[in-house]
Design a protein. Structure first.
Length: 246
């Protein structure tokens, strides 16, 4: 592990500013956090179910997910996470983890001690409010995923997830023109939406054949945003972004 340069925390500032405005003094305070940077391999747990962590993990590069394993070995993914996300932020106030967080790709994370975050949020109530808003947005995303698994067709659920990831990535400067890196596997999508790999493959093939998307070399392009969002009834309100794609 190595100490992080100040600019490594900029991704957190971009994430928070995508959902809440920050003052210059607040940005400087976030930049002053003491963090440690760690490279991670794909499929490596950042924190495990039943752990009692003393730090939070900020994703600097790569993708991660929240998940839980059943005794049968089946995995349920609860959420995907991109640079700027702190997927275990709840450990700041909940002492025991009730699920695990793992990398989906090779990643770089910044480990932020809890005491540093407690001091930061005590000194800057607006930053505390931004973190609180972030957890509320997470809850809104969970609700949309529940609707997707319970009431949307497989095509709508996958399309809806693709729209969601585009706007989240666009908000932190990692996507534009309806094109973005999508390094998750069909198995990951299946585990997130309660489908089989075969079903996911069939839906992706159908979306390609209809000319709605191109998915090659882990890059997704949505060709007709309006038609695609109409297909899955996508309403971005639940993401509560300060800026949204046109």
């Amino acid at each position: 592990m190595v100490s992080a340069p100040n600019h490594s925390i900029d991704v957190l500032i971009r994430k928070l500013e995508s959902i809440a405005p920050l003052f210059d003094e607040e940005r400087r305070a976030i930049e002053g956090l003491s963090v440690t940077v760690r490279p991670m391999k794909a499929g490596q747990d950042l924190v495990r179910d039943q752990d009692r962590p003393s730090q939070c993990c900020l994703i600097l590069e790569g993708w991660a997910c929240r998940y839980k394993l059943l005794k049968t070995g089946k995995r349920q993914i609860f959420s995907f996470h991109i640079p700027g996300d702190i997927p275990d932020l709840q450990s700041l106030h909940l002492s025991v983890m009730d699920h695990s967080v793992s990398t989906l790709t090779p990643a770089t994370v910044a480990l932020i001690p809890h005491h540093g975050l407690h001091e930061l949020t005590a000194r800057f109530p607006r930053i505390a409010a931004a973190f609180w808003r972030d957890t509320l947005v997470d809850a809104a995303i969970f609700r949309e995923w529940m609707v997707g698994m319970g009431r949307r067709s497989a095509t709508q659920a996958i399309a809806h997830q693709f729209c969601e990831m585009y706007l989240k990535l666009q908000a932190v400067g990692l996507a534009e023109d309806h094109i973005y890196k999508l390094p998750v596997t069909q198995s990951d999508i299946a585990d997130a939406l309660g489908m089989t790999n075969v079903h996911v493959n069939r839906v992706l093939k159908d979306l390609r054949e209809k000319g709605l998307i191109t998915l090659m070399r882990n890059t997704l392009q949505i060709h007709d945003w309006e038609e695609f969002t109409r297909l899955c009834e996508f309403d971005p309100t639940y993401l509560h972004l300060e800026q949204q794609a046109a």
